[in-house]
Design a protein. Structure first.
Length: 306
């Protein structure tokens, strides 16, 4: 019960408060939502990517384990999303939003504070969560963008939209910087740090502003099904993978917990950017975040023995 209250007061409520700030601000001030979204995609997300990769100090074997496990979960969620949505006859545009809601999870503004709370800022757990966030950011801003864009456009146009996003180029630059052993000067690194620090607040305020403009005509079946798969099936699948690999301890628990978070705010941002079922995508983010109060508590309890 104590852990449940900690999660509620130290993680969930701050997230909801920031989203509420964006909601109220949008009602009163009428922001240009498209501008907020582009600030996220073209400034804040690239800054987070660069800073986290630049500062990470891990072995190649560690990176391989995290990359392999998270990629396996992501691919399984994508396949499950495509299969279930086709089986249920969900229209193409909504199918892409549904699949993105399963594939991409809130590894940054939910996963990082969650990891710090559960593992008391353990450096191994923190590094695992950072790399999960990096994998999610790169795939979300490439394949996720392709999925969102292709919901209402052809494959060629969707690929053009993906190539306009800076995530891949930022990752290539920081990889070269680390490989060459270069030290970034403060005049470059400090502004990136400032942008990176603002990512969580900016993303959640943007989500709240989006929610202020949508009609809450919930597609109950599709939304609850997405939440069930994202919050229950994903951690169960990850548990099976880490057990099969013989992983244990903080590494195993942090991997399972890392993929158990609710649907990523970025899925709603991308859906709005490409005008593809953005109301539906935002509703999934909201409902999955609320339901995760219970699901995350269960995951923490069940994995504590690892």
């Amino acid at each position: 019960m104590a852990m449940f209250l900690h999660i509620l007061t130290d993680i969930i409520l701050p997230i909801l408060v920031l989203a509420l700030v964006g909601f109220v601000a949008q009602k009163l001030l009428h922001f240009d939502i498209r501008t907020l979204i582009r600030l996220n995609l073209y400034l804040f997300v690239p800054a987070v990517l660069f800073v986290k990769v630049y500062r990470a100090e891990v072995s190649l074997a560690f990176v391989g384990i995290v990359f392999g496990v998270v990629t396996a979960v992501v691919l399984a969620m994508w396949g499950l999303g495509e299969g279930v949505s086709r089986l249920l006859g969900i229209p193409r545009g909504r199918r892409k939003a549904f699949t993105n809601s399963l594939t991409f999870f809130n590894s940054g503004n939910f996963g990082i504070p969650l990891s710090e709370l559960v593992f008391a800022a353990n450096p191994l757990a923190a590094t695992v969560q950072i790399f999960i966030m990096l994998i999610q950011n790169v795939t979300g801003n490439t394949f996720g963008a392709f999925q969102a864009s292709s919901g209402n456009s052809g494959g060629r146009q969707a690929m053009k939209n993906v190539l306009k996003l800076p995530a891949l180029y930022v990752l290539a630059v920081v990889a070269v910087v680390k490989a060459a052993g270069l030290t970034m000067p403060p005049i470059v690194l400090m502004p990136l740090d400032f942008l990176s620090s603002g990512f969580i607040a900016m993303a959640l305020v943007t989500l709240g502003a989006q929610l202020a403009e949508i009609r809450f005509d919930f597609h109950v079946r599709d939304i609850l099904l997405s939440c069930l798969i994202r919050l229950a099936v994903a951690p169960a699948l990850c548990y099976g993978i880490v057990a099969a690999l013989g992983l244990h301890g903080i590494l195993a628990q942090s991997l399972i917990l890392g993929v158990s978070t609710p649907t990523a705010v970025n899925t709603a941002i991308l859906a709005r950017e490409y005008e593809n079922e953005h109301e539906y995508a935002s509703q999934i983010v909201l409902v999955s975040t609320l339901l995760s109060v219970v699901s995350i508590s269960v995951v923490i309890y069940l994995t504590s023995g690892l």
